[in-house]
Design a protein around this ligand. Sequence first.
Ligand code: KIV
Length: 268
Amino acid sequence: MAGSGRITILDIKKKKLDGEKQVWITAYDFFTARHLDRAGVDGLLVGDSLNMVFYGKPNTLSLTLNQSLYHTEAVARAAEHAIVIGDMPFLTYQQSIAEAIANAGRYLKEAGAQGVKLEGGIEMADTVSRLTEIGIPVMGHVGLTPQSIHRFGGYRVQGKDDSSKSYLMESAEALQAAGCFAIVLEAMKPSVAAEITEKLTIPTIGIGAGASVDGQIIVINDIMGLDDSFEAKYVRKYFNLADKIREVGERFVADVKTGDYPSKKETY
Ligand code: KIV
């Protein structure tokens, strides 16, 4: 780890060379970020999954830049160790390079993030190149990119046929050449993720992409079990937060109704 104890993109890249698996988890609020940071995660991503798991929307498309910046600022303020990356929402970086620079810059200037993530393959290489040239670290994201949900016609595993596989391979190499410090591989055939990982010198961070990647990323709400209706093959539920919140709610309702709360002994 470099200098101050804060993980940098250099540390993230070095972990691949050292053969060290890295761990990324999403976070959207101050205290969750603080606990995950203290748990030893390497990277905190303020994912645009925020729109679904925090705001309860059906997909990521309607998240605004200001919503994303607001949550990124809280996470960046909490983290003392992990690198914090803001995930740029749909249509905040695709329309022009100038707009991508202006919006990406806000994550560093206003929210205190160390970089941004954006979705897309070879078609985003010029944008990535310009952002990295001017000092904005970029994490790439290929495979099942949820901002393209309507193009894919659903949340489908990518890389299953030859043309999809070639696009993913070419894209990963183009993003690396453009300056990405790492690339998320989402919902991709594990053999394709393994081939990309082998070929690249920058780390690949997988989600639903098998074990042969350089690190894993997961959505915190999914492993905490907050949405009891959400299931995915790659999600391991470590807790049942949905039941726990309901249980605490029921106990408080009962305590107030029976007069057990507040306690008669409490003085103010
Ligand atoms: O938005 C998000 O949480 C993500 C991760 C799943 C990689 O993009």
